[in-house]
Write a protein that binds this ligand. Sequence first.
Ligand code: CO
Length: 133
Amino acid sequence: MITGLDHIAIAVPDLEKAIQRFVEDFGLTFKGKEDVEDALTSTAFFPVDKPSIELIHPLRGQGPVQKYLEKKGGGMHHLCFRSDDIEADVERLKAKGYQFLTEAPTIGAHNCRVIFIHPKSCDGVLVELNQPQ
Ligand code: CO
């Protein structure tokens, strides 16, 4: 089942500048960066008292985040919900007609298993489910 809101991700054209802004201007604690090779994405996390804000930036100028920035220039990218049984949630949501971007979960930031629900299934919002392992 879904157990809570895990993080909100914002695609940013300049990751270092955005990290500085979130630390210095917004006063958040920077927990570090992580490159997610499978997603061709660099991430930076700022834990708040649940959920986190995730900054995402194209890894080596490639991948889905690069395409997003070219189209929109930055902005709110996705919401992520934590799951304690991602397979069961995927199966449950597929049965309700939700479309996913991949057939099965892949490895995301923090080594979580992740899968994305197509925005057209969620009023235009890209929604991620994740499960720590
Ligand atoms: Co995410």
